[in-house]
Design a protein around this ligand. Sequence first.
Ligand code: PEP
Ligand code: MN
Length: 341
Amino acid sequence: MMIVMKEGATPEQIDAVVKRVESVGAHAHFSEGELVTVIGAIGDREHVANLGLEGAPGVDHVVPILKPYKLSSKQFKKDERTVIEIEGRKIGGPHFMMIAGPCTVESREVLLEAAHVVKDAGAQLLRGGAYKPRTSPYSFQGLGEAGLRLLREAREETGLPIVTELMDVRDLEPVLEVADVIQLGARNMQNYTLLTEVGRAGRPVLLKRGLSATLDELLMAAEYILKEGNENVMLCERGIRTFESAYRYTLDLMAVPVLKELTHLPVVVDPSHAAGRRDLVMPLSLAAAAVGADGIIVEIHPEPETAICDGPQALRADGFADYLRRVEQAAALAGKELSTV
Ligand code: PEP
Ligand code: MN
């Protein structure tokens, strides 16, 4: 339930509404606009409805939010889109963001070389995993804290903000020391303890859609983060499992416009993990940008043949600047511009 206060509602009237919302065990979530205050009553819908807040002093009107997710729902922000700013770079609304880098942090040389390519081409954020969710326990699992230290070095050297994955709450502290955006991977989309802790940490989050998750499940996962007061959540479509076996996953591009209908949160597309093949990354990126994605996260590697992880899908460094220019043109078709610092 969303309670929209009248323009000029007094602090006492607002306080009275909050007290009544809390009296039935619901949580009152504030959203203060330029003119009006909106109070989201998060809790048992029936109990809140029974309060009869329509017509209470200072209340303009009450809007029921019918979806099971509330704070992430489009209704919660009316027509406003969430714009997230990371060290001056923006994503959401008219702002398009390119996030690029190697799958995993494997060495200082590779990371720094990739970071310079990413920066020189004009991308906004550097990605790279220090903790890797691998299908086989015998595969390379990431450099862990040593990888985080290299990411910090890349950040210092290039000034690029860092996106890196957190897999385990026990690693939250060291990850917070370097991550400008915490990535929650597809396999952890429904790790509710992790979602809650990252919500409390307050750092922007890139939440990837689970391999077989519906959009409702993705939005409910985002809700866990938002509910803790962290409003900076980007959703990421990275391919889902279907019966098709000609490629790694099926990139669900329909998810982009449909998510835009359901939520105010920015939507990012990851063509690399969906395709698993370099040759598909450019066409999928152009399509994603043209269909209205707010950003792309893509894997690049200076020498993909030697990459420890996901080499076959990594873009080559020498083609990256051209790739980015073309994606920028496709984003322009959807009315978006690459964010500048
Ligand atoms: C990744 O981004 O490196 C990754 C492992 O992605 P996903 O969780 O989407 O598989
Ligand atoms: Mn990868």
